[in-house]
Design a protein around this ligand. Structure first.
Ligand SMILES: [Zn+2]
Length: 315
């Protein structure tokens, strides 16, 4: 056997033994979070039937992929047909998911006082806390509407203290995919029976979510020296009801397994104190980077396609 042949053989053998390891790695982790429960677009006609369909689909897909998730409730969304709407929250708990507080009426913290916001937090937990207590679950997570965590340091710190006193943790997210924009032209296309347009929006949505995920995978090692568990912010809405299966399949193909928010929060990166004061609601990768005094470029952070933004804004 000549040397050249031996090297080729060794290379093929290495490729063979390494193949299974490559197929299984990287072992990425992601927590899935859904905002605006019981279901988005509350004013829409036929809302309840659509919300039931969407909720059922989302939960079936989560169960299929053994993916835990947390849903953040806006309790004003329970007004009207209250028992039917509460039943949607029960569906989440029946499926083994957990719930969090997303305020009572989704106010923008930039536009209200600390006292008003505190009232929103307390009013927003009444039903959810009761439902969870009946299942021996504890209400532990709060997510600020629009992730506006305080436009002044005083407001931010006052609410952080208030939340901690009431047993809440602030919920971070590391990936945001603007699903609330994509779902507008998507629902419109579905309603008018335009399957070609619906498919075009779905494809753009999935590609954009994967691009945002890839960016988080690239930027987190620059901040923490390693890829950290990601937390994806989604909404309970139509585009997720219809795309979640394909989305989770594509994430699994990238090496992800889905974990609870508790598990993501246990990662040391998530212990980084967010000290960023901003009018906006950026991801926690940005907040942590700035809080750590780093100056890393987020220039590659993808934006949703302009045609989606235009359609969502009715242009
Ligand atoms: Zn929200």
């Amino acid at each position: 056997m000549n040397l050249k042949y031996s090297i080729v053989c060794l290379a093929s053998w290495l490729a063979l033994v390494q193949a299974p390891a490559t197929a299984q790695s990287p072992a990425r982790k992601m927590a899935l979070t859904f905002d605006d429960l019981p279901y988005s677009a509350r004013a829409q006609e036929g809302w309840l039937a659509n919300a039931r369909r969407g909720t059922t689909q989302i939960l079936e897909v989560l169960k299929k992929h053994h993916a835990p998730a947390i849903g953040f409730v806006i309790e004003t969304g329970l007004q009207g047909s209250i028992s039917e709407r509460v039943a949607l929250l029960q569906q989440w708990l029946d499926a083994g998911m957990t719930l969090g507080n997303h305020s009572y009426a989704h106010p923008d913290f930039n536009n209200v006082t600390v006292e008003q916001f505190q009232e929103e937090i307390l009013k927003g937990e009444v039903v959810t806390r009761r439902l969870m207590a009946a299942r021996k679950q504890e209400l532990r997570y709060f997510r600020h509407p629009m992730n506006h965590t305080g436009d002044t340091q005083e407001k931010k710190e006052a609410i952080e203290t208030f939340l901690a006193t009431h047993g809440y943790l602030v919920t971070p997210h590391t990936i945001e995919n603007s699903d609330f924009l994509f779902t507008v032209p998507y629902s419109r296309a579905v309603q008018r029976g335009d399957e070609t347009e619906a498919q075009r929006v779905r494809a753009a949505y999935l590609d954009f979510t994967l691009a945002a995920t890839e960016f988080a995978e690239k930027i987190s090692p620059q901040i923490f020296g390693r890829e950290i568990p990601q937390t994806l912010l989604l909404h309970a809405n139509d585009i997720n009801a219809d795309c979640l299966d394909e989305l989770l399949q594509r994430l699994i193909a990238r090496g992800y397994r889905f974990i609870t928010l508790d598990e993501a929060m246990a990662d040391p990166a998530y212990q980084t104190k967010d000290t960023l004061v901003s009018l906006k609601g950026p991801t926690y990768l940005w907040r942590w980077m700035r809080s750590l005094g780093q100056n890393i470029s987020f220039a590659g952070d993808p934006e949703p396609p302009k045609w989606i933004i235009d359609l969502a804004n009715g242009r």
